[in-house]
Write a protein that binds this ligand. Structure first.
Ligand SMILES: CC(C)(COP(=O)(O)OP(=O)(O)OC[C@H]1O[C@@H](n2cnc3c(N)ncnc32)[C@H](O)[C@@H]1OP(=O)(O)O)[C@@H](O)C(=O)NCCC(=O)NCCS
Length: 201
């Protein structure tokens, strides 16, 4: 039972046990922003291949999910879907899951973090909160490709984001792929205003 002797619910973060697949899918269905999770994760055969989303559980119930993949081949963590139960938002649950992801990526020696977020979305605000900047933009979608080499946790991420001059730029291959897809690259220096959109928010 996920309850302590004094009746408190235990909160834990980690990879979703495979037997919780339905729980994770049901959780994702209550968020419009991540409604594709169930379909995509199945279509990519991630459950079969042992690629489980990160979840936060409270007393055995899923209250947060962050679906990311970790690739030793490319050196990238790809973040695809994240959501936290409405009652629990703003309590750093999202941050805890990122912290877990960073500890895994650091142990694997991965160097970069990549994701897409709709412009002005909760995800946009969330990542900006840690000091990250998007590098590309097209059709109301922001593209992020962040140096996380040597970043072991959230505190390290926040600190490292203050030192942009130390960051390695995305690999040439990735930049070319963005351009091929018609994605506009955002200026590398302090991206504040771009096409009247204030990216600092
Ligand atoms: C996006 C979402 C997952 C964030 O989860 P959350 O648990 O509410 O977020 P947190 O409480 O961890 O983070 C809130 C803030 O604290 C900051 N923070 C979190 N953990 C932190 C930590 N350990 N140290 C310092 N700052 C931290 C974050 O950067 C964020 O900053 P902001 O206030 O500038 O946005 C949540 O809002 C959500 O589920 N939204 C609906 C679903 C959705 O839109 N998902 C799609 C995302 S593309």
């Amino acid at each position: 039972m996920n309850i302590t002797q004094d009746g408190k619910k235990i909160i834990s973060v980690g990879f979703c046990p495979p037997q919780w697949q339905k729980k994770a899918e049901d959780f994702s269905k209550s968020f419009k922003a991540i409604k594709d999770f169930s379909y995509t994760w199945r279509r990519w055969k991630n459950w079969e291949n042992g690629k489980f989303p990160v979840v936060i559980s409270l007393g055995g119930d899923i209250v947060g999910l962050h679906a990311a993949t970790f690739s030793e081949r490319s050196g990238y963590v790809n973040s695809y879907y994240q959501a936290v139960h409405g009652d629990m938002q703003g309590k750093r649950m999202g941050g805890r899951m990122v912290n877990f992801i960073l500890s895994v990526s650091s142990n694997m020696g991965l160097k970069r973090l990549k994701m897409k977020t709709p412009l002005g979305s909760a995800g946009h605000a969330f990542w900006r909160g840690f000091g990250l900047y998007p590098i590309g933009y097209k059709d109301e979608v922001l593209y992020w490709d962040v140096d996380i080499n040597f970043v072991e946790n959230i505190a390290g991420l926040i600190e490292f984001m203050k030192h942009r001059q130390l960051h390695s730029p995305p690999p040439e291959k990735e930049l070319k792929s963005l351009l091929r897809r018609g994605i506009e690259l955002l200026p590398e220096d302090k991206v504040i205003m771009y096409k009247n959109w204030d990216f600092s928010k």
